[in-house]
Design a protein around this ligand. Structure first.
Ligand code: T6T
Length: 334
């Protein structure tokens, strides 16, 4: 099956431009000695911190690689502090610890669109610029800029891709989401379900949450196969749900019989696509998200124009165009 490789190249969602206040550095004056007017320690004016959603995951590793390369180019330092799990309480501890010594800018992938508001706002109150990378807060007044994939469009692209794979065969389709409150995967699931309505032969078997745990995704797939004999497709909204779904299909002996469309392009997913466990992947461009995040942080700090919303590219990858899309495979190290 030939699928259109739909590249939504880095484009501007809305051309809303804000001019960041010039970073005025004063060692004394009305503020505390040794602090900039923004409230940060003066020695931190070239320091950026990246707080991803979770540690040691290829999506965020690729983002970190992009951010580090861009920071080096711009003469900034960046350090990364990632929670052990994709968990708002764990991420809050990391963000709270920045409070007494805030970086000039915090690049963050909020693990919960609402629960992360207070800790992030507190870092902002201490003078740091806030840049959202990948996920976002519901409250759009906090970040100077947000860089992400167009996740609703990604969900729609996944539905179109799955519909082409299934053809005219009637059947049910299951969506595996991560955690309620994750802005990205929730938007993908919603975009998928809305687009599915255009295909009368495909019936939704609902959206199941997996807590971003591959094991939970695997057991949801095994259960769905047992309870839904006409299951023809699964949309896994991120790499953990995808990796779990592939395990579930293997355990049930249904590889290749139930179409699996995954999101992301981790080494394990790419390997699974090669082996026929997945029929398609929607790859994001986390390296570009990291690069753009740093560019926007630097612009905000240097009083240059900042773009409020930036969309990164999405790429539909199948076995047929796998090698041509190798540049979008996620990395395990920089
Ligand atoms: O899909 C990415 C990311 O975009 C999402 O917000 C959370 O999950 C991933 O990190 C992949 O596991």
């Amino acid at each position: 099956m030939k699928l259109i490789n739909k590249a939504l190249n880095l484009s501007l969602l809305r051309n809303v431009t804000v001019f960041g206040a010039a970073a005025l550095l004063t060692a004394c004056g009305s503020g505390t000695v040794g602090q900039s007017d923004s409230g940060q320690p003066a020695q931190n004016t070239k320091k950026l911190t990246l707080v991803p959603g979770v540690q040691a995951e290829p999506f965020y590793i690729s983002m970190q690689c992009g951010a580090e390369a861009e920071a080096k180019k711009s003469g900034y330092e960046i350090n990364t502090q990632a929670p052990q799990k994709f968990d708002a309480a764990m991420q809050t501890s990391i963000v709270n610890a920045l409070g007494s010594n805030p970086p000039a800018a915090l690049l963050i992938a909020p693990t919960d669109a609402d629960a992360m508001l207070t800790p992030i706002q507190q870092v902002k109150n201490r003078g740091a610029k806030i840049i959202e990378v990948d996920t976002a807060l519901t409250d759009t007044s906090v970040a100077a800029s947000s860089i992400s994939s167009d996740n609703a469009a990604g969900g729609k692209l996944a539905a179109e891709t799955l519909a082409k794979l299934v053809g005219s065969k009637p059947g049910s389709v299951l969506v595996l989401d991560t955690i309620a409150g994750t802005s990205t995967t929730n938007a993908r699931a919603k975009g998928f379900e809305e687009a599915l309505a255009a295909y009368p032969n495909l019936k939704s078997a609902g959206i199941q949450f997996t807590q971003n745990e591959p094991d939970q995704a695997a057991s949801k797939v095994t259960a769905a196969i047992a309870s839904t004999p006409d299951l023809v497709g699964i949309f896994a909204t991120n790499l953990n749900t995808g990796e779990g779904a592939a395990t579930g299909l293997r355990n049930s002996g249904k590889v290749g019989q139930v179409n699996l469309v995954g999101f992301d392009a981790s080494p394990s997913e790419v390997d699974g696509l090669r082996k026929g466990e997945y029929q398609a992947l929607i790859a994001q461009d986390p390296t570009a998200i990291g690069q753009q995040g740093v560019q926007q942080a630097v612009a905000a700090l240097e009083g240059k124009p900042v773009t409020r919303n930036i969309l990164a590219g999405l790429h539909s990858i199948t076995k047929d165009n796998l090698d041509a899309n190798a540049q979008y495979f996620y990395k395990q190290s920089c």
